[in-house]
Ligand binder design. Structure first.
Ligand code: NAP
Length: 554
């Protein structure tokens, strides 16, 4: 039994979002370990504690946007809409924390500054911004993949005199834009959700777009009560299906390629997916769109047409039609009236690709050609330093005192996206080089938390002190990850998947493309083979070929 002031524990968990909460429950309640969680926010929720901008909601269907590890928990919660809204997700996580009495082991309002591995004692020393120092055998990073917000540096810095907001840490009391002139930089998933709602309040609303996105309809709304009741009863079936799926959704890529379908057949299928809303047209689409430009262009043609149909002004429509990247290789946002918002006379779209933002000014911003825009409020919907950013912001020192961010200078180096050589007993839940952001996150989170639980239980059963990946298998995993990514069109797009949104960030593909089910099977086989690819107390078991075999290609 821990208390929130214990300075020696079995495990420190960093973050109290989906990952941290389940990790605490796993280690403390299921395995009897002493664990403490540190969380920067004043409450549970992680990413969802901070993302409260208007329209913020998950793009995953609500019935699968939660934990599946406990049937009674599954049956104890009812979502109100097809996609869960940010406040409801926070409510759900508070419900989970209450149900398992988790908050007593969470220290809120406290950021972990550093974690240092002491080689002689084989323990981690964790320090926080409140001045606490805690010693732990295991450290579990549950910091999230999209939690380090990115505010681009512009000349003029923070000279804007009005309120400056970032979608990734929105004021909890909300913001009233009534009667205001509002500027928003960015046109990714957050901007797409926020636009219709901010525009509904604002007197003038201007979106500064660098890259147009393929945006597909969400079709949000209440879910048919009969469907809801069926899903509530089908806990085991749904759990089994999403765990063994491609992306953690009940969506399956078509066996036939887009290029093999007749025009009529393809049109009918895409129209059907379009009308269903959500990720059908992406993750249930033709598999060849991820591999060949020819197939991808066939789906792009359909989507381009849809955008032009929705937007009245042809010039605005032209700007909103994505150019220069394939569909599906940049995260496509879900839309609830985004395109139609640009048909309103007080809403404007400005292209900052051809004419970049030159400077933030006290009254707004100036573009490179000298055009000036004035606002009462400025919103940065400029995203995140994805996947590596949250870890880079902590001083994590492994063997030899090496900083993890130095080791990862040329891109993340991990085995399975779960551990990094030289950092024994440090686990990264949904870390870079795991399926993570290419999946419905709760599914991948549960899989990683369960895996970490199994590893720790096994270490303890053997009386072993440490586990870390072997250098050889880490190198092979990194090479394998890039190799499979480069067999697809993903690397051809400038995206946060590639680190391309952050100036100076190395251009490497950050997630893993094994897909959820095959990655899970791989991890299970690794466990069955005695943790191949890992060294336990310095003794390594080399990984066999199945680890570097891509099921997706088969
Ligand atoms: P994002 O997709 O990275 O979008 C950031 C936007 O800011 C992009 O349009 C980007 O342009 C623009 N931008 C960045 N730096 C800029 C600069 N210097 N000048 C002009 N424009 C600049 O971020 P996000 O919308 O916050 O979404 C990030 C991810 O979070 C999503 O992809 C998704 O995975 C997740 N998310 C999920 C949900 C959900 O489930 N509902 C909601 C929101 C976010 P470029 O495209 O040219 O880089």
């Amino acid at each position: 039994m821990t208390t929130s002031t214990d300075t020696t524990v079995d495990a420190v968990i960093i973050g109290a979002g989906f990952s941290g909460l389940y990790m605490l429950h796993k280690l403390r309640d299921e395995m009897g370990l002493r664990a403490r969680v540190f969380e920067t926010g004043a409450g549970v929720g992680g990413t969802w504690y901070w993302n409260r901008y208007p329209g913020a909601r998950s793009d995953s269907d609500s019935y699968i946007y939660g934990y599946t590890f406990d049937q009674e928990l599954w049956e104890s919660w009812e979502w109100s809409e097809r996609y869960p809204e940010c406040h409801e997700i926070r409510g759900y996580l508070e419900h989970v924390a209450d149900r398992f009495d988790l908050t007593k082991d969470i220290t809120f309002g406290t950021r972990v500054d550093s974690a240092t591995f002491d080689e002689s004692r084989e323990v981690w020393t964790v320090t926080t911004d409140s001045g606490e120092t805690v010693t732990a055998t295991y450290v579990i990073s549950a910091v999230g993949a999209l939690s380090a917000s990115n505010t681009p540096t512009f000349a003029g810095g923070d000279s804007f005199a009005g309120p400056t907001l970032h979608t990734g840490h929105w004021p909890h009391e909300g913001v009233d834009f009534t009667g205001q002139r509002v500027g928003m930089i960015g046109s990714g998933a957050s901007a797409v959700q926020a636009t219709p709602l901010i525009a509904a309040q604002a007197r003038e609303f201007t979106v500064f777009q660098r890259t147009a996105n393929y945006i597909v309809p969400a079709n949000n709304g209440p879910v048919d009560p009969e469907v809801k009741a069926e899903r509530l009863k089908d806990w085991a079936g749904i759990r089994e299906r999403i765990q063994n799926s491609n992306f953690g959704f009940e969506l399956y890529l078509q066996e036939k390629g887009a290029a093999d379908a007749s025009d009529e057949e393809r049109e009918a299928l895409l129209e059907d997916f379009w009308s269903r809303g959500g990720f059908h047209i992406w993750l249930g689409s033709y598999a060849d769109i991820f591999f060949t430009t020819e197939a991808n262009d066939l789906v792009r043609g359909f989507l381009d047409r849809k955008i032009r149909e929705k937007v009245d002004d042809p010039e605005t429509a032209e700007l909103l039609v994505p150019k220069g990247h394939p569909f599906g290789c940049k995260r496509n946002p879900l839309d609830s009236g985004y395109f139609e918002t640009f048909n309103e006379p007080h809403v404007h779209l400005v292209d900052v690709k051809s004419n970049p933002i030159a400077e933030i000014t006290p009254t707004g911003l100036r573009l490179t050609d000298g055009a000036e825009y004035e606002f009462d409020a400025l919103v940065f919907a400029t995203g995140f330093d994805a996947m590596t950013g949250p870890l880079d912001r902590i001083d994590i020192r492994g063997r030899g005192g090496t900083l993890l961010r130095d080791k990862w200078e040329e891109g993340p180096r991990t085995y399975l996206g779960l551990m990094s050589h030289g950092y024994p007993n440090l686990f990264t839940i949904t870390g870079p080089q795991s399926p993570s952001v290419l999946s419905n996150m709760p599914v991948s989170i549960e899989q990683h938390v369960d895996l970490v639980g199994r590893i720790i239980a096994d270490l303890r059963a053997r009386g072993a002190r440490t586990i870390e990946p072997s250098k050889d298998d880490e190198d092979r995993w990194c090479d394998y990850n890039q190799e499979i990514a480069h067999a697809t069109l993903f690397p051809t797009a400038d995206t946060w998947y590639m680190g391309a949104n952050i100036p100076g960030k190395p251009r490497v593909f950050l997630p893993n493309l094994d897909f959820v089910g095959p990655y899970r099977a791989k991890c299970d086989q690794i466990a069955a083979n005695g943790w191949e690819g890992f060294a336990i107390d310095g003794e390594a078991t080399p990984a066999s070929e199945h680890v570097y075999t891509w099921a997706v290609a088969g």
